[in-house]
Design a protein around this ligand. Sequence first.
Ligand SMILES: Nc1ncnc2c1ncn2[C@@H]1O[C@H](COP(=O)(O)OP(=O)(O)O)[C@@H](O)[C@H]1O
Ligand SMILES: [Mg+2]
Length: 587
Amino acid sequence: MSDVVKGIVVDIDGPIVKAINMNTAGMLDVVYVGEKSLVGEIIKLDRGKATIQIYEENSMMGIGDEVVSHKRPLSVLLGPGLLEGIYDGIQRPLMELSRTGGNFLLPGVKADPISFDKKWKFVPIAKKGDLVSAGTKIGYVDETALVRHFIMIPPDTKSGKIDYISGEEDKTVLETVAKLDNGAEIKMAHYWSVRKPRPYKERLSMNRPLITGQRVIDMFFPIARGGTAAIPGGFGTGKTMTQHALAKWSDADIIVYIGCGERGNEMTDVLNEFPHLIDPKSKQPLMKRTILIANTSNMPVAAREVSIYTGVTIAEYFRDMGYNVAIMADSTSRWAEALRELSGRLEEMPAEEGFPAYLPTRLAEFYERAGLIRTANDEEGSISIIGAVSPPGGDFSEPVTQHTKRFIRCFWALDKSLANARHYPSISWLDSYSEYNDEIKEYWNGVDADILNVRAEAMTILKREERLAQIVKLVGPDSLPDSQRLILLVADLLKKGYLQQSAFDEVDMYSTPKKQSLLLKVIMNFYWSSENTLKLGTPLIKIRELGLVDEIAKLKSTVSNDNTEELENYIFKIKDKFDELMKFYKV
Ligand SMILES: Nc1ncnc2c1ncn2[C@@H]1O[C@H](COP(=O)(O)OP(=O)(O)O)[C@@H](O)[C@H]1O
Ligand SMILES: [Mg+2]
């Protein structure tokens, strides 16, 4: 049986094409259509008739065009050269294409996903005679100033002994760097199907947070390394800003950013902005540890549909090297809309709001590829996935938000009223949740043995304020006793001095766990001292007159991450001030 299948186009409906004579082709095989060899994928096969979704602009395609399949699945090429890459949904390098094609969307324009000419200095770490198997690291390339790219035996390779391994030498990704005694030739790059998760030894239980430097997230609604989170929010509530902050500040080694632009120019903003972002830790360009997958609004919907799988496959490859990878997908609602459009063209029976019935399955297939795992080399690697969701009108009851909720364990609900009040990040402390608190509690205990109790008490205050605010609306604040007005005062302090964190404030844009913990303790020490003092009969007004409140609210911006002892000293200052006040009011 030949390894090439040739069929003929008989029907075209936008990105969906039907072809006959495809009997020996397989489901999900990649095909090349017409003179321009436009890339497509077989999504349905019925007695030799293939339904194909086309990943490139196909207005020039015609009935009778030839369809060629090599009986291989849609794959990405994995090897040195991925980092700093800016790709479309099927890993076409946008910058290369824009250089050759002017407009980077010219149909059929081909460019290799990673350079086939560039030489990388291969450094061996395995030696002749070593027994190696799928996933074993045999060498590395220092791909960028920030990332050592390990060369691994590809997953589908049979184990064997190394017969030959290259010395320290400059090689292209097409050259052989090792040979096994079973005949396998190992190169620095290999293809892997985007729809098939890469194998690993075992899934591990998560035990530490992905630190993001954002207090409302890390302290109150943390995501574990290897965890999943959703950021649902209406237009303009801060989804993209939050994703960017996470890309910059989270303690992941590798960032895969999948952009499905909301507004026409939003993806262009990302493409312009990302290459200029500086990694705050290394002071190097952030792109040196980032891969960007961009879907602009004029790209075919099918490419957008597949882009999240392309992204997660690249992430798995770096995970297999033992890295912590974070994926940001902004926004998954645009992805779901692509799925809806394709399903409509296929004339499938729609489920809720026109989305196909398999929307939840597809969402699950994406989020399930997150996790903390043991690699073939007995190291730990992780993928954390953070997906933005943009429900129309900010209504969280719609299908994409609701189904996403089933597969994520961390929900950062953006609140329109907070955004309107310029409370950023507008993550609601009442509607958000994290199911990781228990798994990562040892981490926070290690930062400060008390902090989890302090956090719980702070959350109680925020919840009590919510109820008191209702009463205040009805009868005004004057009717409340001082003890309750203190709750309002401290809740306000928690909001202004803790939960709000401006992405534009040089000092405050990132908070170390130590600073997060001490800042919360400062606020809560103020609360405890106030509460004790009130009990002894001091009026709240006298506490206000201490002048601490405004000062505490500003500590987040006045105390830098390197000077957290100032926060420790501030706790003593609070104590002293209250001691003085007490002296006055002692009965
Ligand atoms: N953490 C933040 N710090 C400061 N400003 C913010 C923050 N988050 C959002 N904003 C403001 O909100 C605006 C809209 O945010 P954006 O992320 O573009 O919203 P969305 O992606 O949800 O439509 C931003 O341009 C910025 O002015
Ligand atoms: Mg946005």
